[in-house]
Design a protein around this ligand. Structure first.
Ligand code: KIV
Ligand code: ZN
Length: 565
């Protein structure tokens, strides 16, 4: 045997003239079929028990999946019992079709017919291997023998189905040429056409032809070429529903499914979070949500992805990775400062422009559409920019810090992240904010105060302020007048040791936390002795008091700064 990479036989692409799939787009949802309870379950270290399978089944139904492969009832007593419980226990809604898998072998087909008795809607899915490799190393058979296995099974299934259909069962058929991707396309067409004929399929009574990449062995574009070729060459194409069943050995299962849909497929077999043999089956969540983010309704409901993920992890004992599209713990988290800034700006843009569309960089989907929250979107570590901390303050705590305040608060947070050397939680950011601004209540304190407001005939306001202030141990009274409460207060304290401050900027808004609403005021003062600028923040249920506290917060911060030097 040749060493290393040289021992592998490269894939031979299907020659195709005038391919059309590259110019197409996915405009509607395919028929979805879940194979979680069969392909997914058979690949688990501990296959699911009855209770787990039932819970999983109900979740698939809630998601809106209408075709569900429930197992391989002829493979074991457990699988048979689960099938019977689903049917006899009344677990299957009328609009859901159960699918059962069986090899193209007589005794297994007979057992499968017993297993489905009493069900309303059934897809009987049979398969045999067709690839060159399987023919050579497993079956030691020419194509004629392989075709006969499929057509004998089709004949038996057709005959056995007559009485059940006559009794009213909605029984349909599916055939998989297993390892389709390793089969010569002309032979795949030949065997599938033979199956169509032996099942007496018609355009009104179609057979599902499921074309699996049992082991993914080529690039998605090469698969799409094969599929388009197959669809063009199949004589009774109109009597078939073309179904995909991608596995993920090269990590391209999603791309294979998407290009397969462009190339003519109408149905996809998939599993939640891509569970399945080896690297898994294609992930139905990613496929559906990819459509969703292109403005196409996938007709599946993943609006509470956390709940689905929790059920999945519990029943399969398989973890969903932190980077798993749409569902992973970290997929709505931006660590980089420039990403955080852009998300911040995108959110602002959406608010201000009133756009109907989702237009936020770095977030391909609104986390709320999968039931996730904005809170964990931004995490603050030493790599985060100045806007990140402001974003947390707004989204987690409702403080809309003025733009010009972001750098000041950003560097306070950055100092902390540098100090601790790791990410800090939103709660810690809030603590830093409170400590720096809200709790800056010394040495200047407002003990008591009163306002009087009068409005003249022209509507001009005139406000008088009286207050008692404390500076360390000294208590003193101040008063001042102005055209509003802030102006009056500022004039009152100007005569004291605070005359060297000039008022530069002011912003305020309400913060509602349940029924409790508070006003927050942000005040920017300049200390003329040093030319330094200080933000102050005041919080109060009284709309007039919040700015006064903000002014004192800025003055106290300036005092602390001077005395720390
Ligand atoms: O991957 C596969 O080929 C299968 C078939 C049984 C459809 O699971
Ligand atoms: Zn499979």
């Amino acid at each position: 045997m040749k060493p290393g990479f040289e021992k592998y036989i490269p894939f031979t692409p299907q020659k195709i003239i005038g391919r059309t799939w590259p110019d197409k787009v996915i405009g509607k949802a395919p028929v979805w079929c879940s194979v979680d309870l069969r392909d997914g379950n058979q690949a688990l270290v501990d296959p699911m028990n009855l209770q787990e399978k039932l819970e999983y089944f109900h979740t698939l139904v809630e998601i809106g999946i209408k075709e569900i492969e429930i197992g391989f009832p002829s493979a074991s007593e457990t699988e048979y019992e689960i099938c019977r419980e689903l049917i006899e226990g009344g677990h299957i809604p009328d609009d859901v079709t159960i699918q059962v898998l069986v090899q193209a072998r007589e005794h297994l087909i007979k057992k499968t017919f017993e297993a489905i008795k009493g069900a309303k809607n059934v897809i009987l899915h049979f398969y045999n291997s067709t690839s060159t490799l399987q023919r050579k190393v497993v079956f030691h058979m020419e194509t004629e023998g392989i075709t006969k296995i499929a057509t004998d099974a089709a004949d038996l299934i057709y005959e056995m189905s007559r009485p059940l259909i006559a009794e009213g069962m909605n029984l349909r058929f599916e055939y998989s040429p297993e390892s389709f991707m390793g089969t010569e396309m002309d032979y795949a067409v030949e065997i599938c056409q033979a199956v169509i004929e032996h099942l007496h399929a018609t355009p009104e009574n179609k057979v599902i032809l499921n074309l699996p990449t049992t082991v993914e062995n080529c690039m998605p574009n090469q698969f799409a070429d094969m599929l388009e070729y197959f669809c063009k060459k199949l004589p009774d194409r109109k009597s078939a529903i073309i179904s995909l069943h991608p596995h993920n050995d090269r990590g391209c299962g999603v791309a294979t499914a998407e290009l397969g849909l462009l190339a003519g497929a109408e149905r996809v077999e998939a599993t939640l979070f891509g569970n399945g043999e080896r690297t898994g089956n294609v992930d139905i969540v990613t496929l559906a949500m990819n459509m969703f983010t292109q403005g196409v309704d996938p007709e599946l409901n993943f609006s509470n992805i956390n709940k689905i993920k929790e059920m999945f992890e519990r029943c399969t004992k398989m973890p969903v990775g932190d980077r798993q599209p749409y569902a992973g713990k970290l997929v709505f988290t931006a660590f980089s400062g420039s990403h955080q800034d852009a998300i911040n700006k995108g959110t602002q843009y959406m608010k201000e422009s009133g756009t109907e569309y989702w237009e936020i960089p770095y977030l391909p989907i609104d986390p709320a559409d999968v039931g996730r929250e904005y809170e964990p979107v931004i995490r603050i570590n030493s790599q985060s920019g100045k806007g990140g901390a402001a974003y947390i303050m707004e989204h987690n705590f409702g403080f809309d810090l003025p733009k010009t305040m972001h750098p000041e608060f950003g560097s306070i947070v950055q100092k902390e992240t540098d100090l601790v050397g790791k990410e800090i939680a939103p709660e810690r950011i809030r603590e830093l904010f409170d400590k720096e601004y809200i709790d800056a209540k010394e040495p200047y304190k407002l003990l008591k105060h009163a306002f009087q407001e009068s409005i003249d005939e022209q509507g001009h306001s005139h406000v008088t302020f009286w207050g008692t202030l404390q500076h360390t141990d000294t208590i003193f009274k101040v008063s001042g007048e102005g055209n509003g409460p802030i102006d009056a207060f500022f004039n009152a304290i100007k005569d004291e040791k605070m005359s060297h401050f000039t008022f530069l900027d002011y912003a305020s808004h309400a913060i509602t936390d349940g029924s409790d609403s508070q006003g927050v005021a942000y005040i920017l003062l300049e200390d003329q002795r040093t030319g330094k600028k200080y933000w102050g923040v005041g919080l109060s249920h009284n709309i007039n008091l919040a700015p006064l506290r903000g002014i004192l917060s800025a003055i106290n911060r300036a005092w602390i700064d001077r005395h720390q030097q």
